[in-house]
Design a protein around this ligand. Structure first.
Ligand SMILES: [Zn+2]
Ligand SMILES: [Zn+2]
Length: 264
C-alpha cells in the first residue's frame, strides 16, 4: 500500500499543469459525490432526529454556488500542488507514527482555530454581506449546503489551509487524515439530523467535539457556535450557546432547533 502512495506522489511531483488541473477537478468532484452519498445515507438513517426543518426544495442558486465552490476548491488544490512542486510547501515523507499523530494534531487544531477566527470575522457587519451571508441564506441545511458558499468564503478557507501548509511541513499521511476529518465534520454540521446517540451529551468528550446540532444552532443563532470541529474556542472565547446541551437533547427528542432558539 505505501508503494502505491509513493508512486502516486512521484507522479504528482512531476505532473504537468494540465494533469494537475485534471486531477484536482476529479478529486474535488469525487469528494462532492462521496459527501452527497454519505449525507443521503445519514439523513435517511437518522431522519427521526431532525435538528432543523426539512430543507426547501433544491434551488438552482444552491446548485450553481456548490458547483463554483467545487471548482474553487480545485483551484486551491492546484495551487497547493504547484506550491509543493516549487518547494514552497514542504511535505514530510519518511516519518514515524508519532510524527503522523503530532502533525495530524497540529493541522487539526491550527485549522480549527484559524477557521473559528475567520468565521467570527466573517460575521462582522461590514464583511458579513460580502463573505458569509450566502451560506446563511440556507438555514435548514442539506449535505450540499456544505458547499453552498460565497466564492470569497471558499477562497478564504483555502488560503488559510495553504498558508498553514507553507508554515508547517506536515506528514503526507496527516494531510490526508486532516482533509478526511475536515469533510466528515463539514458533512455532519450540515446534515439537518443528529446522528449522535442521546448518551453522547453525557460523555466528557462531548464538551469539546462538535455535532450536527452544534452547527445547526449557529445557523439560527448567529451570535454563538462559530467553531467547526471542536467547541474549544467557543468555550474559551465565551461564544458557546448557553442552550447547546438542551438543544442537542431536544433535537434527539425530535424538537427542532428553530422551535427552541430564542434569538432571531
Ligand atoms: Zn456563520
Ligand atoms: Zn453552515
Amino acid at each position: 500500500m505505501p508503494d502505491l502512495f509513493d508512486q502516486f506522489f512521484d507522479a504528482l511531483w512531476q505532473m504537468p499543469l494540465a494533469g494537475v488541473v485534471a486531477w484536482s477537478v476529479l478529486e474535488n468532484v469525487v469528494i462532492l459525490v462521496v459527501v452527497l452519498l454519505m449525507g443521503e445515507f445519514l439523513v435517511r438513517r437518522y431522519g427521526d432526529h431532525r435538528v432543523t426543518e426539512a430543507p426547501e426544495p433544491l434551488s438552482m442558486t444552491e446548485v450553481w454556488l456548490a458547483a463554483s465552490c467545487v471548482l474553487l476548491n480545485a483551484v486551491v488544490t492546484v495551487a497547493g500542488v504547484l506550491l509543493w512542486q516549487a518547494g514552497i510547501i514542504r511535505v514530510r515523507f519518511e516519518v514515524t507514527v508519532f510524527q503522523v499523530l503530532l502533525d495530524t494534531f497540529i493541522l487539526f487544531f491550527a485549522m480549527d482555530l484559524a477557521m473559528y477566527v475567520f468565521h467570527r470575522v466573517a460575521h462582522y457587519p461590514l464583511l458579513f454581506p460580502l463573505i458569509h451571508r450566502t451560506h446563511h441564506r440556507f438555514e435548514n441545511p442539506r449535505p450540499l449546503t456544505l458547499f453552498v458558499l460565497n466564492p470569497f468564503e471558499t477562497l478564504g478557507f483555502g488560503v488559510l489551509w495553504l498558508l498553514l501548509l507553507v508554515i508547517y511541513p506536515a506528514a503526507w499521511q496527516s494531510i490526508i487524515i486532516y482533509l478526511t476529518l475536515n469533510i466528515v465534520f463539514g458533512l455532519v454540521g450540515h446534515l439537518g439530523v443528529e446522528p449522535m446517540p442521546n448518551r453522547w451529551i453525557r460523555l466528557p468528550m462531548s464538551r469539546y467535539v462538535s455535532t450536527s446540532a452544534f452547527h445547526a444552532e449557529h445557523h439560527f443563532d448567529k451570535d454563538h457556535n462559530y467553531g467547526f470541529y471542536t467547541l474549544i474556542w467557543d468555550r474559551l472565547f465565551r461564544t458557546l450557546s448557553p442552550d447547546y446541551v438542551s438543544d442537542f437533547q431536544a433535537a434527539r427528542d425530535g424538537v427542532r432547533i428553530p422551535d427552541t432558539v430564542r434569538k432571531p
